[in-house]
Ligand binder design. Sequence first.
Ligand code: PLP
Length: 471
Amino acid sequence: MVKKMMQRILPRAFLGKPSLLRRSATASQSTLAQTVQENEPVLPKMPPFDYTPPPYTGPSAEEILSKRQQFLSPAVFHFFKNPLNLVDGKMQYLFDENGKRYLDAFGGIATVCCGHCHPKVVDAIVNQTKRLQHSTILYLNPAIADFAEALASKFPGDLKVVFFTNSGTEANELALLMARLYTGCQDVISIRNGYHGNAAGTMGATAQSSYKFNVVQLLMPSIHLTFISSFACVSKTGVHHAQNPDQYRGIFGSDGSKYARDVDDIITYGTSGRVAAFIGEAIQGVGGIMELAPGYLPSVYNTIRKAGGVCIADEVQSGFARTGSHFWGFEAHGVVPDIVTMAKGIGNGIPLGAVVTTPEIAKVLAHRSYFNTFGGNPVCTAAGHAVLQVIEQESLQQNAFTVGSYLKQRLTSLKDKYEIIGDVRGRGLMLGVELVTDRQLKTPAKVETLHLVDQIKDFLVDVMDYTLSKM
Ligand SMILES: Cc1ncc(COP(=O)(O)O)c(C=O)c1O
């Protein structure tokens, strides 16, 4: 029944021809907004592709699943009723154990930003691996220095000091630590529905119950712990979660300044009046591609700075040109953060994260030893540097803008046609479609969404081209 219903709501002609394609670049990045009009989408073209992976001779999907069930944590879950066994990847395609090719619209959770196994990134990794795989930052090596310089050049103002980590969680933990040391305050404000990681501090900043375990999520002096443990409802996080400036369900619609008042209230009523930091994503990724209401970030940044705090932009998903119109998500809001964190796209799949901040804030870590064994590893930083070069050489920001604008425009036109599409949102290649069973009540269409995700996987098999006329 669900299948029939989905066929009615989203025709195969559309699902079978997704437009995650690439258009050859002509305009400079700074003029992107003027060159592509929302209502006159440029029809993107699929990049040429000529690759057949070697035959796969490893264990079958069933055998792997059974090993996973036996030897991996029960917390490990998978997509799809019949999970995919992906054994090869090349640029926009993934291949399963039988050589079946899928157009990848997910990029390993917004991570593969240059294409799978991009030859220039692979070369950088292989060449560095052959020369020196690991040394730690206790020694000099050109890979980390060159990449830090190139990365710093992508930031405005005083954001010029780079710390490398291995993940987004680590980057956010470090950013929160620096903010607390720099300001001498503990209170952090994050946004409801945000995701910032799964370690002690970042789980506190994360504001979605499904990613929060019922444990103390911020290390506090033991005297505080003894004190707070006698109050059943006292926050276990040291973090205040502000109202989400959610333009779809939020009570103030798209009026960012009204949502921002909640941050004033939190500071006035929930803190000493001084705070350590505000942390937020420019577009919430794990939270379902939620663009913050316009005007929210400038207003909040102002409030936080008046309260002595620093502003942290979590660019783990929205960074590295994914949003198309800008290289960093925060740029679309006209703000300049004090600390920026990043991961995922920075390494195109290599474990790498970073924190970029000002020399003044960076100094706080010099009072003790901050050390990270793999942070700044030569192989990872060589990969990161290659990623930056590929994004520039292949105009991937322009590509995200062109393809993303086109895809969003087509999805929005489907919304006019099909009741189940409640909302289409996001920017560039960070787009979301929310299905609802009732448009007025905005009731999440959970069963239908799961069914559709399963179906889309099969529609994405062997997509080589796009035919507009089928829509
Ligand atoms: C916005 C954001 N911040 C932080 C993280 C945590 O990154 P990682 O999984 O690399 O620790 C994620 C992961 O999805 C994320 O989406």
